[in-house]
Design a protein around this ligand. Sequence first.
Ligand code: GDP
Length: 304
Amino acid sequence: ETLDKGLEKSKESFFGKLGKAVAGKSKVDDDVLDNLEEVLVTSDVGVNTTLKIIERIEERVARDKYMGTDELNGILREEIAGLLSETHVGEEQEFSIPTDKKPYVIMVVGVNGVGKTTTIGKLAHQFKNQGLKVVLGAGDTFRAAAIDQLQVWAERVDVPIIKQKMGSDPASVAFDTLNSAVADNADIVLIDTAGRLHNKINLMNELSKVKRVMQKVVPDAPHEVLLVLDGSTGQNAFEQAKQFTKATEVTSLAVTKLDGTAKGGVVIGISDQFQIPVKYIGVGEGIEDLQVFNKFEFVDSFFK
Ligand code: GDP
């Protein structure tokens, strides 16, 4: 399974640590719960979500009077799947593209370096393979490299890209992109945006302006705001989620670089704390290395 392979590091680490947490113990007691808390926190599940999980297990221990450590895996798995179910209805979380919304506009946000451009490229590839007509908009006009990289992906995937020169107004690029998509009868638009977090007011104003201007062309755009987070950055990813959800209405998440981390728990913590579903996970640099998030597979990959 590619998912298992991609998430090997998360799995090894979580599963291994869990084994150590209960070593030599047959009964789930306060010590085991303390160890478990540490395992969850060090796997980047986040403090709030960790406490929520520990509380739920404590309640079960109190109710049933006894819990064997041999049951802990199964119970944890249930609780984590339960948490993910609050934000993830059904199994597969890919975008469902309604035929009455054409073009379907996906605005992609996130700080530089998290894998935003790569994720846009991989998504464009998937949509194109589904027979959908895709247009890219190079809305990160603050870095020449961002425009160039998106151009490289557009060529690789063979989809049109709308761009302007560096320093131009991102809203103007978005406007052009949507107009072009409408004219070409495109199904999907993926708009890149600049990911500067150092000035929150700017970020908020800029994203609202991009939205406002897009709505002149497609009144209910954007249909999705996809926040890309680097899954290997732990607390930074939480902080970015916090800032971006304040700046704009984020509807879905893509968590990248889960192949390179021992800390896939960030997926659990972030979707729980922000109540936003993870739709995609990045498990490598290649064009095929973007998977539709499946909460059951994900949870299983931790416990197998
Ligand atoms: P951006 O600045 O957010 O647009 O980031 P890029 O898309 O340019 O990606 C930054 C780096 O991360 C590049 O070297 C990508 O190849 C790499 N990258 C992106 N997604 C993944 C992933 O899921 N796994 C791994 N290992 N690398 C990734």
